[in-house]
Ligand binder design. Structure first.
Ligand SMILES: *Cc1c(COP(=O)(O)O)cnc(C)c1O
Length: 432
């Protein structure tokens, strides 16, 4: 498989080069030249496939021959070696729990796959690869955990001091070894700006081999298709295809689902469930795509005003009509999100996290008046990650799993830095 840049002025590359580069030299996102169809045999017989076997069949054509078969089999096995159960919440609504990985969010899937691919590619390099990433919360933990102790790779994560949850901060700052957490005295936007400036510094890039691990990387995006197939594997009513509501920010997750649908997976319809950041819902209302500054909400991993994967979705669907068949989008307020969270907790005895609650609200609205249809929400994070938001809503403590309680006891180890791109670049040179 080869990948072209959506800005169309960069060379076509294989999976290896696209993964190492992250973004094309013309600043476009990489996109596969074709969408390979999944085998009918696997779809018909999916209950008899292991998750690792499904994942291998799905990803193999996208990787091509840049990773040998046995290595790729190992990589997918390690990527999906935790439960991804489908849980029934009501007559018509199910939850696909993507939060049983090591950092309790769906980003573990993409980060684990990417880290192992990059670790394999790093073996052929003499110099160290430095992965540089800014995080507002979940990305940092998943990337840190995924790359922990991978030989040949150093990871530098910038996070805004005091603006990530305590669980998230401990996930970034307690690993040590090749994981370096930089606590920036500033906002997430400051962190992102420092990272962007660093990637523009050509002189620095001659001294340090830099790459990014953000969600536009094909090695993070493509493996997110896996769990849409695991959904189908567990779906009982194979003649009644599920509508799927995805809590959406940068749209990487839903964009992987749409790709799986294009490859032949029977998902009836997708809903991009957004919070008050309504750039995508507004596009569906007006036909105009207008980026906005991000607003802060209680589902903060989706506080995105200019979703990076939107261009990939447009590329996948030639016309607006085709797009509207597959996808709709809705904006949900914090009030409605909190109301749903409390109601589902009381009535269905199920604790959603705020991102899952956005999707639940959107799906319930969509299914109203469609008595024969059923749907699934993707539960993208464990509620404990957002206990500070949830406890005032349900007015009781969120139970803390033993592994998290132990992590909260560990000592944080971060390097404090002013929000100054020059400081970061000096620090990186010192690392090399
Ligand atoms: C990152 C994240 C999202 C948004 O996913 P995108 O792929 O950016 O749309 C939703 N929920 C949680 C919990 C996340 O961490």
């Amino acid at each position: 498989m080869l990948y072209y840049s959506l800005n169309k002025t960069a060379p076509i590359e294989d999976f290896k080069t696209a993964t190492i580069a992250g973004q094309a030299p013309d600043k476009g996102l990489y996109f596969p030249q074709s969408i390979p169809q999944v085998s009918q045999k696997m779809l018909d017989d999916i209950e008899n496939y292991s998750n690792a076997a499904i994942a291998y069949d799905v990803i193999k054509p996208f990787v091509g021959d840049v990773i040998p078969e046995d290595v790729l089999k190992n990589i997918v096995e390690e990527t999906v070696n935790f439960n991804i159960p489908l849980v029934q919440l009501s007559d018509s609504i199910y939850s696909l729990e993507l939060f049983h990985g090591p950092t309790l969010a769906f980003k573990d899937v993409g980060a684990r796959f990417m880290s192992r691919c990059l670790g394999y590619f790093a073996k052929e390099k003499t110099e160290k690869i430095v992965v540089l990433v800014a995080t507002s919360g979940d990305t940092g933990g998943a990337v840190a955990n995924g790359f922990y102790d991978v030989p040949g790779i150093e990871v530098v994560i910038l996070y805004p001091s005091g603006k990530v949850s305590s669980v998230q901060e401990k996930q970034l700052t307690t690993l040590g070894k090749n994981i370096h957490a930089i606590e920036v005295n500033g906002s997430f936007d400051d962190c992102q700006k420092m990272v962007k400036e660093t990637f523009m510094d050509e002189a620095l890039k001659k001294k340090v081999f830099l790459t990014s691990a953000n969600s536009i990387n094909v090695a993070r995006w493509l493996p997110q298709q896996f769990y849409y197939y695991f959904l189908w594997k567990q779906w009982q009513d194979k003649n009644n295809h599920p509508t799927t509501a995805v809590p959406s920010g940068n749209l990487g997750n839903i964009c992987a689902g749409l790709l799986a649908q294009k490859a032949g997976l029977p998902i009836k319809h997708f809903i991009a469930a957004c919070n008050a950041n309504d750039t995508v819902p507004e596009f569906f209302n007006t036909g105009i795509y207008k980026p906005k500054p991000a607003l802060a909400t209680i589902s903060n991993a989706m506080d995105v005003g200019n979703p990076s994967n939107f261009v990939r979705i447009l590329e996948m669907f030639g016309s607006e009509n085709a797009l509207k068949n597959s996808l709709s989008s809705v904006s949900i307020t914090d009030e409605a999100t909190a109301e749903t969270l409390l109601k589902v907790f009381k009535q269905n005895n199920y604790l959603l996290d705020p991102h899952g609650a956005v999707a639940y609200t959107a799906l319930q609205t969509y299914l109203a008046g469609k008595p024969t249809e059923k749907g699934v929400i993707l539960e993208t994070a464990h509620p404990v990650k957002f206990y500070d938001v949830i406890e005032p809503i349900i007015k009781e403590p969120v139970p803390i799993p033993a592994a998290i309680a132990a992590q909260l006891q560990l000592e944080k180890n971060s390097f404090k830095m002013e929000a100054d791109g020059r400081k970061l670049r000096e620090w990186l040179v010192g690392m090399g």
